[in-house]
Design a protein around this ligand. Structure first.
Ligand SMILES: *Cc1c(COP(=O)(O)O)cnc(C)c1O
Length: 380
């Protein structure tokens, strides 16, 4: 008899479905016979500006050392982060994208059967890593699409080891201000670790917005995670990090792979931290694009979830999957979020003005086509 390897996989993994990334441009080009250059991809919250020139020239320099292992301690990058954010290098754990750090944290602090608390509609990686290690996910119902922090604190009981808070959250773009995050942290016992995922923090406008790093001194059970994939424009290179107490960083360091961030990625990330102009342009293009999309949705009478990230989820209704299909046929890739329990919404990343325009026009066409098709079906 043939072995059923599926039955040999550990239980959590058997029940797992892999993370669904945005459709790559080349894949859509192959499927529909489109010219890749004509395709607009607004599906993975990538930076539409292209990479920083400073990152590119750092990469060129780093190429000469391709035969060598990277610096496993990430000295230069940690130093640059430390200078920029006023933290100590011993507080930093580097990861192959912040995804890597999120997974390492979970593996270090949650065992099979332990509870990991997160919000409904929160970033898909939290339930994924939780399930993979056989821990028990506790998904707390959202409030107006955002985290219900009070209910989340209530859900932290005896069995809980870890809480994930995405601020701003993906795919909803919802954010909590400093006061809300602090009252939440006040309620979490010190034996439970809180991961504050700030993948989009660079886009925040100040005001009441929270900077997780400033809370680390007061809450020793806090871990802040950040990434170079979004506002810093280096998604392909996979660099992220966490900032925590040195004690926690020390624990994470035992489990992460010794060379989890490669030298090209570290060189680029170190260089881009010095490109203030790039960051400013990223935020500018994002703010303008967000205004452009919101104005179009208002015109089209489409509801959307107000977003503090570099993306926005718009409610297109019951024909969302037909509308998505029509967008693809028109060479526009966005992200359906039915897998998040939001089957009536599509998430669109903010692009350059002309990309946003392409999306808006294609969305109009797609909605007309989907409603006409539905009306036709109703007649026969
Ligand atoms: C994009 C994103 C990340 C970062 O992913 P990387 O692995 O760093 O590319 C983390 N958290 C959230 C909520 C995100 O949307």
């Amino acid at each position: 008899m043939q072995t059923e390897f599926e039955s040999l996989a550990v239980k959590g993994v058997q029940a797992l479905s892999p993370y669904q990334p945005g459709k790559p441009i080349d894949e859509l080009a192959r499927e529909f016979g489109l010219d890749p250059a004509s395709i607009v991809k607004l599906a993975s919250n990538e930076n539409p500006l292209g990479p920083s020139p400073k990152a590119l020239s750092a990469i060129e320099k780093a190429l000469a050392d391709l035969c060598r292992y990277p610096d496993g301690n990430g000295f230069d990058l940690k130093q640059a982060l430390s200078d920029r954010y006023g933290i100590r290098p011993e507080q930093i754990t580097l990861g192959n994208g912040s995804n890597d750090v999120l997974e390492v944290i979970t593996r270090c602090f949650a065992a099979p059967g332990d509870e990991v608390v997160y919000s409904q509609y929160a970033f898909a990686v939290y339930p994924l890593v939780t399930q993979a290690i056989g821990a028990k996910g506790v998904s707390v119902p959202a409030r107006e699409y955002g985290h219900d922090l009070q209910a989340m604190a209530d859900a932290v009981t005896e069995g809980a080891k870890l809480v994930f808070v995405a601020n701003p959250n993906n795919p909803t773009g919802t954010v909590h201000g400093a006061a809300a995050i602090e009252s939440f942290l006040e309620r979490i016992p010190e034996r439970v670790l809180v991961v504050l995922d700030e993948a989009y923090c660079e886009y925040l406008q100040g005001g009441d917005d929270v900077d997780g790093l400033s809370l680390l001194g007061r809450y020793p059970n806090l871990i802040v995670t950040r990434t170079f994939s979004k506002a810093w424009g280096l998604a392909a290179l996979r660099v992220g990090y966490s900032v925590s107490s040195p004690e926690i960083a020390n624990i994470l360091n035992r489990v992460r792979q010794p060379f989890n961030v490669d030298s090209i990625a570290m060189a680029a990330a170190t260089a881009v931290l010095g490109d203030e102009d790039y960051l400013r342009r990223s935020c500018d293009v994002n703010a303008k694009g967000m205004a452009q999309l919101v104005a179009a949705f208002d015109d089209m009478k489409l509801a959307y979830i107000p977003s503090s990230g570099n993306f926005i989820s718009v409610e297109v209704g019951e024909y969302a999957s037909q509308i998505n299909q029509s967008l693809l046929e028109q060479g526009v890739i966005v992200r359906p979020i039915g897998g998040y329990g939001l089957p009536r919404h599509l998430r669109v990343s903010i692009g350059l003005p002309e990309e946003n325009e392409r999306f808006i026009a294609a969305l109009g066409t797609a909605i007309l086509a989907a409603t006409a098709e539905a009306a036709n079906k109703a007649e026969v």
